[in-house]
Design a binder for this molecule. Structure first.
Ligand code: SOE
Length: 384
């Protein structure tokens, strides 16, 4: 029987556009899915740039007006990989047009935007997903399985950092991620969002938060031409940084666990260190994206004198996703987390079940982000 065809319209072609395009190209080659992903149209304002991207990344059609992609009856899925200020408008239009809406994180730049997006996809009854890709790393999926099997017992602590250093140079230009009106927030919405999602996925819902958002460098050179690796040319004119450079907060979870979260773009030497440790009554785990195929595991029930953190290589066929790619020990990378997410999303869409993570996750994530911002402004604990 011929496979169902799913035509994707991708809005955005820089870093996330590139990561998503790779996932669309690869997913049917590594997963036996109930539908075939077709890279139908890629969209961006700069016609020359998006035409080049289409050729490089393998898209059949090019568009410079996202509204035409949303209105195209051939398109089944709208993938929103633009800066955050466009997410809500595109998602709401796409939902009204009956399209599945897959959106980069965080889904909105504000809590009201996120709520409007959630309402739109629920009102339209369309499949929806948010690209919290780190849930799909085999080692993280293994932690989820271990917790569900009770291997860590009662969870006491979720301790996470997401550390980068790409703007520690004061001369790094004022790119869109450093402008509130485009990005919504800085480090907080960009990468705290990821460790908040992992906390919700692995530990549970948040009850109270207390945080601080901080900006080290207040002025930067205005950005010129951008590239697809977060950077841009610096001009001679200076501009105001309107977002946080670092965001830290404490958390109490509804199930009694405690959390500490630290996101920074000034952790000099840390390039993309997304790492968490979970301590439970029966043991602990440590995940570090810098060594994303490994999981440190301490089993408190090992015999006395033989206890210690062991290293699990999450590359065996028994580990989630790992067997889809290579034999045991042949490690996978950052890009495979997106392939895994797309595979799960296609499977869920065809089964008519909710995609994990979806806009409910995106909205709940935004509630935590917002509560931390309120806490930082009011210098006190905020309940969710
Ligand atoms: C920049 O901080 C960034 O590209 C984030 O936007 C992504 O979500 C993260 O996965 C990698 O770093």
């Amino acid at each position: 029987m011929a496979k169902k065809q799913l035509n994707v319209g991708l809005i955005g072609y820089q870093f996330m556009g590139k990561a998503h395009s790779n996932a669309y190209r690869q997913v049917n080659r590594f997963f036996d899915l109930p539908a075939q992903i077709n890279m139908h149209t890629i969209c961006g304002r700069n016609e020359a740039a998006v035409t080049a991207a289409a050729e490089t990344m393998g898209w059949a059609n090019v568009e410079t007006d996202w509204r035409k992609v949303v209105a195209n009856p051939e398109i089944d899925i709208i993938d929103i990989s633009t800066p955050g200020n466009l997410h809500a408008e595109i998602a709401i239009e796409a939902a009204k047009a009956g399209k599945a809406v897959w959106c980069e994180k965080p889904i909105g730049n504000t809590l009201p935007e996120a709520k409007a997006m959630l309402d739109a996809v629920q009102a339209a009854g369309v499949p929806n997903a948010v690209f919290h890709n780190y849930r799909k790393a085999p080692a993280v999926a293994l932690v989820k399985k271990m917790i569900e099997e009770g291997k860590l017992g009662t969870i006491y602590h979720f301790r996470a950092v997401y550390l980068q250093d790409w703007i520690a140079d004061p001369n790094f230009p004022l790119v869109w991620r450093l402008q509130k009106e485009i990005a919504g927030s800085g480090t907080h919405g960009d990468i705290n969002a990821h460790i908040i999602d992992l906390a919700r996925h692995l530990v549970g819902e948040f009850d109270e938060v207390c945080g601080h958002l901080h900006t080290f460098i207040k002025q930067r050179p205005i950005a010129g031409a951008i590239n697809d690796k977060l950077g841009a040319e610096a001009t001679s004119e200076m501009g105001e940084v309107t977002v946080d450079d670092a965001a830290m907060f404490l958390a109490k979870f509804k199930n009694g666990a405690l959390g500490t979260f630290e996101a920074s773009r000034f952790a000099v030497g840390r390039k993309n260190k997304n790492s968490f440790e979970i301590n439970g009554s029966k043991g602990s785990v440590v995940f570090n994206l810098e060594k994303m195929n490994e999981l440190e595991y301490y089993n408190a029930e090992d015999p006395e004198g033989y206890q210690g953190f062991r290293l699990i290589q999450a590359t065996e066929a028994v580990h989630p996703y790992a067997g889809q790619f290579w034999p045991v020990g042949h490690i996978i990378g950052y890009e495979h987390t997106f392939v895994n997410l797309v595979a799960d999303a296609v499977t869920a869409m065809c089964a008519g079940t909710p995609i994990s993570p979806d806009f409910v996750d995106g909205y709940e994530n935004q509630r935590v982000l917002d509560a931390v911002e309120v806490s930082s402004e009011n210098r006190g604990w905020v309940s969710l």
